[in-house]
Design a protein around this ligand. Structure first.
Ligand code: NAI
Ligand code: MG
Length: 358
């Protein structure tokens, strides 16, 4: 059988990033070996806060050109206790997302079999969402500045940027996602009562885009009310689309409602496919558990599954998630999910389950 080969750039970066990326690579290798349908060639890049402290740069000169030679990027987490978070985030993760126009951030969440939601009445099947986040502008456009630094009259501005072009392309992408899901239902989240310019334009563009998707049911929510809806009626939601900031916050809430921040994946997609897309677990570098061998690798396994789906390996992607759920279902869970397993035990169990399943 002819087998496709994909080039994957790995950037484990900081904290538990290297631990979960090692686990993810191991599981992906087991999967490609067992399926025989494709092969993966990994290249590691040690771009991290340590590199920054040594060289003054997170990404060396020509770094993005180097990344561009790959089919996808598998990213760990960036952030160190002794580097300001806005420096690490903007210098590495956002530099890649914005440099490669990865304008759609996709965050699926569900209650995996064998795990528990903190919501008393929700169990597997009751919470199954995908959150689409605008990933190129909005509140994180970086516009603004500070004057009179250190003076009592210091002033700082943080200007949100919403362009018709970026909002339209993102909403179209989100409606496409909604259309492919069983419920064909999308919730457009804004704050157009208080933010009367950018958010009102979002609402208007959503109405325009919706005309091309008559098969998708659309509803509008304000972001504050949305938090209540997510907690009280999780069954009533399916695809959710929101701005960079709003969806950032809602997706952390979503991960926690599904059981743990340690299970959820994120895809930073360039839907035009002119640049490689980047895949990462939703969590950060988790200094409090770094080096202890207890980080939950499930978020990275699900991330790996999403990466394979984007590369066109749907069957393997499904299989991987199925194996992860089987292992969770068997009670092999890390502490954040109420279990006692280590990162290595969960990884070994998933690799074993993959080999058994083929
Ligand atoms: P965090 O996600 O690193 O940790 C929040 C809490 O969740 C911690 O108690 C941590 O132990 C736990 N946790 C996270 N991932 C886990 C896993 N896989 N298994 C078990 N427990 C897990 O968020 P925090 O503490 O706000 O940020 C720490 C650093 O990470 C900061 O420097 C922040 O800027 C950075 N960060 C980076 C992100 C990225 O690279 N995309 C995303 C979020 C934060
Ligand atoms: Mg976040």
């Amino acid at each position: 059988m002819s087998s496709k080969s994909y080039k994957i750039a790995c950037i484990p970066a900081d904290g538990i990033g290297p631990e979960v990326i090692d686990a993810g690579v191991e599981v992906l290798k087991a999967l490609s070996a067992a399926s025989k349908a494709f092969s993966l060639v990994f290249k590691h890049y040690d771009w991290s806060s340590d590199t920054f402290k040594k060289t003054g740069k997170y990404i060396p000169d020509g770094g993005l050109d180097e990344l561009k030679k790959h089919d996808a990027i598998l990213f760990g987490a960036v952030g160190a206790p002794d580097v300001a978070d806005h420096i690490s985030l903007w210098s590495l993760r956002l530099a890649i997302c914005q440099g490669f126009q990865q304008y759609a951030n996709v965050r699926p969440t569900k209650i995996l079999r064998g795990t528990e939601s903190p919501l008393r009445k929700a169990s597997t099947g009751d919470l199954d969402w995908v959150i689409i986040r605008e990933n190129s502008e909005g509140e994180y456009a970086g516009q603004g500045g500070r004057s009179h630094k250190g003076q009592p009259w210091e002033i700082a501005t943080e200007v949100s940027i919403f362009t018709r072009h970026a909002v339209t392309r993102l909403l179209k992408f989100a409606f496409e996602v909604a259309r492919k899901r069983q419920k064909k239902h999308i919730t457009v989240v804004t704050k157009s009562n208080a933010q009367r310019n950018g958010m009102v334009m979002w609402d208007e563009i959503a109405v325009e885009v919706a005309k091309d998707f008559p098969d998708v049911t659309v509803e509008k929510m304000l972001v504050d009310a949305m938090t209540c809806r997510m907690v009280l009626q999780p069954q009533s939601l399916d695809t959710i689309v929101a701005t960079n900031l709003h969806a950032d916050i809602l997706s952390d809430l979503a991960a926690a409602l599904a059981g743990s921040i340690g299970i959820a994946p994120t895809s930073n997609l360039d839907p035009t496919r002119q640049n490689p897309s980047m895949f990462e677990p939703i969590h950060g570098s988790a200094f409090d558990i770094t080096g202890k061998g207890i980080a939950n690798p499930v978020g990275t396994f699900w991330t790996a599954s999403e990466m394979l789906r984007w590369l066109g390996e749907e069957a393997a992607a499904e299989r991987l998630l199925e194996c992860v759920e089987n292992v969770c279902g068997d009670g092999v869970l890390t502490r954040d999910l109420g279990g006692e397993a280590t990162t290595k035990e969960v990884t070994d169990a998933v690799c074993e389950e993959i080999r058994r399943s083929y």
